[in-house]
Design a protein around this ligand. Structure first.
Ligand SMILES: *Cc1c(COP(=O)(O)O)cnc(C)c1O
Length: 361
């Protein structure tokens, strides 16, 4: 045939997820860590990868890594599920708790993957937009949840791309007000410190998502994990791909988590730099940075997409959110090394000064 049978109707109008990654001298667009593992750990990773039996299928549930994660969080192994990046677990979650006739409560602007996953699985999305300062509209969310028809909610804390954490008392209210599953996406937890982990043994409808892509510098390896009640994990086992986490990733993840203290220095440096970049942005006329507990900062300024282009033409790649709903004139910069951050700030200052000059003429 010179044509093909059309795919499912729901795919009409859907655009594939695009991280908008482009080559640049200074890449501050994807919330990755700017740091490689410390050299000693790097060598340890290489030697354990070298010993892998690649002719065999991986352990489906990554039991060794699972036990390491369980230990690190003071949980039982059956409260842990490892995935091919946090993204795979988000997809598994919507396969299990979403679908036709099911309802997901979203709080945009937030991680676009949630809504995308809902659309491709025929899950109905109820959106309760955040307030102008990007805090959650808690009253509206609780009023809506009180209807009793919501199947699951994702609370992103810290939220991407806005950077703010959710109020723990709000999350508690959600957990207690209905049996809807509440997935707290803590992908940036290590930069914030705040977590609802201690509540796992108290609430059966709580699940927590973590990743090794951000604080632990393993975005290229694809490892995330979900923490929840063993019964919740059992439901997710029904929808997951059996061999999604390959042998090499399992070995690297175990090695990195066993020595995760080696990353404390990187995390502390990123937090220091974040506060520095926030202060510097706040001092630039016409730039409004939003407070962040993560490893990135969202900021608003006039002609954001033009400024994005000028930054890129000078070798600095940040993420342009200015065309997204609720994020008019917003750009997001990932915190890099001190040199990268200095470069970003200098180039931005220069661009704004030139703009000021041309307006003055
Ligand atoms: C980065 C991120 C994830 C997970 O990323 P993976 O690389 O797939 O582990 C999950 N949620 C949010 C909000 C993120 O920003």
């Amino acid at each position: 045939m010179n044509t093909y049978r059309k795919p499912a109707r729901k795919l009409e109008g859907i655009k594939p997820y695009d991280p908008k990654s482009m080559p640049a001298k200074v890449v501050l667009s994807a919330n990755e860590s700017p740091y490689q593992a410390p050299s000693e750990l790097h060598r340890a990773i290489q030697s354990c990868v070298g010993a892998a039996s690649l002719n065999r299928y991986p352990d489906p549930l990554a039991e060794t890594l699972r036990r390491t994660i369980a230990q690190a969080h003071n949980l039982a192994p059956d409260q842990v599920l490892v995935g091919n990046g946090g993204d795979e677990l988000l997809f598994n979650f919507v396969l299990a708790w979403g679908g036709a006739g099911r309802i997901f409560l979203n709080m945009p602007p937030t991680f676009s993957v949630y809504e995308h996953n809902a659309r491709i699985t025929d899950t109905r999305v109820v959106s309760i937009p955040r307030k102008a300062d990007f805090s959650i509209n808690e009253e509206a969310v609780c009023d809506r949840v009180a209807f009793g028809d919501i199947d699951f909610i994702v609370v992103t804390s810290p939220n991407n791309p806005t950077g703010n954490t959710a109020d723990p008392s709000f999350i508690k209210r959600l957990l207690e007000s209905s049996d809807a599953m509440v997935l707290v996406d803590e992908a940036y937890f290590e930069f914030a410190g705040a977590t609802v982990l201690p509540w796992l043994n108290r609430y059966k409808n709580l699940a927590i998502l973590r990743t090794l892509s951000k604080a632990y510098g393993l975005a290229g390896v694809r490892l995330g994990y979900l923490l929840a009640h063993a019964d919740v994990i059992s439901e997710l086992l029904k929808v997951r791909q059996p061999y999604s986490v390959d042998t090499v990733s399992q070995l690297i993840g175990t090695c990195v988590l066993e020595q995760r203290a080696a990353f404390d220095r990187h995390i502390a440096a990123t937090i220091d730099q974040r506060d520095l970049v926030f202060e510097a942005l706040g001092k630039m006329g016409g730039v409004r940075p939003y407070p962040s507990d993560a490893n990135f900062i969202l900021f608003r300024l006039e002609n954001a997409s033009k400024v994005w282009e000028s930054l890129y033409s000078r070798g600095v790649l940040v993420r342009d959110f200015s065309r997204e709903r609720g994020l008019k004139n917003c750009l997001r910069v990932t915190i890099g090394t001190p040199d990268e951050n200095r470069c970003f700030l200098d180039v931005l200052e220069d661009i704004l000064a030139q703009e000021g000059d041309s307006h003055g003429k």
